[in-house]
Write a protein that binds this ligand. Structure first.
Ligand code: CUK
Ligand code: CUA
Length: 761
């Protein structure tokens, strides 16, 4: 028997040894062979691979397209970090399921109706003197003309504003160099008055496009609708826009397509939109002096439409703030160069990019040299006179981004599925790279600011076709990472983007982002104000006022206060919950079964859910984040009693506890205390005070331990009365506080060990 066992052990050891040697023997060369990787692949991997625990150099904010959200990912690893809930309810963040975020979504109502999705296209990071400052992010909704404001201190959507005069919108969101204004251009022309019908036969007279300049109050972190205005424009299908910078600061530039003002209607026997909208050889670049327009509006020269200031075209023309320049055929992207001297326009149906000179444009305006007027009396500047150069790049140029290197630009070629690298000063092509497949926008690091960072380019490709494992007819989009730090562009990574069609993305140096990890206790994160429903430890209560029941509750590992909420059928219930934790990442979630509610309550936040208790019954509520070892026990009951219900049974069933149980629990408490003492000993022997995260954890642990004396008194009192159930359970609660304190303490200890804390005694 013994021999057998020994032999078995030896065999096992031998097997382990030989298996170990097989693994150890797989060298880099073996892996390259097994996975059929080339040296080129290896190089690409080395450029993108981000070792475990290491972070990215840049953070990208990608439009989430039809998902109405924003996707945040790191560059060069291309790891997705977060989805930001913006226009669409998103349960994880409680967005659209708690009262605070519902208020944000309500700001995006149009004509009094909820809109629960968005077609988001263009994110924009706030700028200071034309440089990304990492404070705010803006994004538009094309389908339902709206702009959202996201605060990058907590990556939460704070505000959605609906455009008061447009029915659709595409050329947004773009910011002016100091983020005084966030602007958007209409897309499909429609009457500006809301809910007003005019037949298509009156298209030229009654349908309009426009530009809206939303005033941004940086201190408040909000758009101020009352101080915002629009400029009325012809029904030319305004498209992408950009703000001037440097010498062109104060001006904005907006493309258009279908300046033919063509109205289709194939069912009426008319050739379709696409034919009539691309018939002419040129469309119009709109050039607007927005600074002067703002002054005119301040002088009362605007007209109120739907309660909103609109600078009408005739005023804009008379005052010299609006000009047009012909641009080649159905253009799409317009991108001002980092130095603000040139405006680069790409025509979808033209193989050239056109480089306009701001200096020339200004000289022509000053000299009053216009080649004609459009049907609305807007002066038209001659295209030839305004151009610096035109460069033939290839088929379907769309969007342009810039490099750190002077005069270097990258333009996407949709039809050719290529990125063209070219020189806009000298007007020549430098390099081309095939991408997979049809590329829309592209993005270089901080590539639309005055200070592009170069390094990487992301191609936002629309048809991924065969690049990834098949997942049904609806394919992900393909974001391809390209190394642009050398003369030749090198494709280094494919990332499937599995949510909506991301039209545009922006990327910022990671070091510029400094988001917080907790709120001041009792904060409504959506307004940044103190939440009226906040409660600190010991202030928890349930208040009733007629049929309105308001709960002021708290959350802390692993306990929801209160644990029982009793209401009557038909009551209107508001549950406010404050997360009392200070430790980083100690989020608690909250839901009540079958009432379609959810809140994500990060440390310090107060969130609330509101509902009518319109179903009699018993509804468990619980914490939805695995927040501690006793997370599952973080629970409670909502009791919805029929009206006039009377209790017959007076007590909850007792367990059978003995004195021995109580003694065993006391022993457990003594043992746990020894663990806590050793952890405390370790922490206090280091320079832990230099680590704010650890200080927060120590505060939390101290809170938990601070509760013990009260409960100790309770179990001792019950033991004196030989009530062993009460004695045992109050002692268990003491143990629970110890466990949580120990849990936090151990996490703090690990943190200190991993972050190079020093021994101080
Ligand atoms: S758009 Cu989609 S590829 Cu909305 Cu900027 Cu050009
Ligand atoms: Cu709190 Cu789970």
């Amino acid at each position: 028997m013994k021999k057998l066992a020994v032999r078995a052990t030896v065999t096992l050891l031998a097997a382990t040894f030989s298996m170990g040697s097989v693994w150890a023997a797989e060298t880099l060369q073996d892996v390259l062979k097994r996975r059929q990787l080339s040296q080129q692949d290896l190089l690409a991997a080395a450029k993108t691979y981000t070792p475990s625990g290491k972070r990215d150099e840049f953070v990208a904010f990608s439009s989430g397209g039809q998902s109405g959200q924003v996707i945040v990912y790191g560059i060069p690893s291309m790891r997705i970090l977060k989805y930001l809930a913006v226009f669409t309810p998103e349960p994880w963040q409680g967005y659209g399921y708690d009262e605070e975020s519902k208020a944000v979504l309500k700001g995006g109502q149009i004509d009094g109706k909820d809109i629960t999705w968005g077609d988001s296209h263009h994110p924009a990071i706030s700028e200071t003197q034309g440089k990304y400052d990492g404070q705010f992010l803006f994004i538009n909704d094309k389908a339902n003309p709206r702009i959202a404001v996201i605060d990058l201190r907590d990556f939460e959507t704070k505000q959605i504003v609906a455009n008061p005069v447009f029915k659709s919108e595409h050329g947004g969101a773009f910011v002016t160099p100091d983020t005084d204004y966030v602007f958007e251009a209409a897309q499909y022309a429609a009457p500006l008055e809301s809910r007003k019908f005019y037949p298509l036969e009156e298209f030229n007279e009654k349908y309009r496009g426009g530009m809206t300049y939303w005033k941004f109050d940086r201190k408040a972190g909000r758009i101020v609708p009352e101080k915002s205005f629009s400029v009325e424009l012809p029904p030319y299908s305004q498209d992408i826009s950009d703000a001037g910078k440097g010498p062109s600061d104060g001006w904005s530039f907006t493309n258009s397509f279908c300046s033919e003002r063509y109205v289709g209607g194939i069912e009426r026997g008319r050739p379709p939109f696409e034919a009539g909208c691309s018939a002419k050889d040129t469309d119009y670049l709109h050039v607007v002096n927005w600074k002067k327009a703002a002054e005119l509006v301040a002088q009362g020269k605007a007209k109120k439409i739907n309660g909103h200031d609109v600078l009408m075209m005739d005023t804009a023309v008379k005052e010299g703030v609006l000009f047009l320049i012909p641009e080649p055929k159905s253009p799409h992207g317009v991108d001002v160069t980092p130095d603000g001297k040139y405006i680069i326009v790409s025509g979808k149906l033209d193989t050239h990019v056109s480089v306009y000179s701001f200096e020339k444009i200004q000289a022509l305006i000053k000299a009053g040299k216009f080649e004609s007027k459009d049907p609305y009396g807007i002066p038209v500047i001659g295209m030839k006179e305004a151009l610096h150069t035109q460069v033939q790049l290839g088929l379907g140029p769309l969007h342009t981004q810039y490099d750190t290197k002077q005069c270097v630009a990258y333009t996407s070629l949709y039809v050719d599925s290529q990125v063209a690298k070219w020189d806009y000063c000298a007007g020549k092509v430098i390099d081309k790279l095939a991408v997979h497949y049809n590329i829309g926008h592209l993005m270089t690091m901080e590539g639309d600011s005055v200070d592009p960072k170069g390094r990487y380019l992301v191609a936002l490709n629309k048809l991924s076709i065969d690049r990834f494992n098949p997942v049904g007819p609806l394919h992900p989009q393909n974001h391809q990472l390209i190394d642009i730090s050398n003369d030749k562009m090198q494709l280094i990574y494919d990332m499937p983007l599995p949510m909506g069609e991301p039209h545009y993305a922006v990327a910022i140096e990671a070091a510029k982002l400094k988001p917080g990890v907790r709120y001041k206790v009792g904060t409504n994160s959506r307004t940044d104000a103190e939440h009226p429903g906040r409660a600190r430890a010991g202030e928890e209560r349930i208040e009733r006022n007629g049929n309105k029941v308001t709960v002021y509750g708290t959350l802390i590992r692993s306990h929801i206060t209160p644990e029982i909420i009793e209401v009557e059928l038909g009551d209107e219930v508001t549950i406010n919950l404050t997360n009392l934790e200070r430790a980083q990442d100690e989020t608690h979630g909250f839901t009540v079964s079958t009432y379609n509610l959810h809140a994500s309550v990060e440390p310090g936040k107060t969130a609330s859910v509101k509902f009518k208790a319109d179903k009699e019954g018993v509804y468990p509520y619980y914490c939805t984040e695995f927040c501690s070892a006793l997370h599952l026990e973080m629970q409670g009951y909502l009791l919805v009693k029929p009206k006039g219900w009377k209790a017959t049974k007076k007590e909850i069933a007792k367990g059978s506890y003995t004195e021995a149980d109580y003694q065993a629990t006391l022993k457990k408490i003594v043992d746990t205390q020894a663990v806590i003492d050793s952890v405390v000993g370790f922490i206090t022997s280091t320079n832990f005070k230099d680590f704010p995260d650890v200080v927060a954890m120590v505060d939390d642990a101290t809170d938990q331990l601070g509760k013990i004396p009260d409960f100790k008194a309770k179990h001792e009192a019950a033991a004196a009365k030989k009530d062993w159930e009460q004695a045992n359970l109050w002692a268990e609660q003491v143990f629970q506080y110890q466990v949580k304190a120990a849990d936090i303490g151990l996490r703090a200890k690990t943190y200190l060990e991993q972050n190079g804390a020093k021994k101080v005694k």
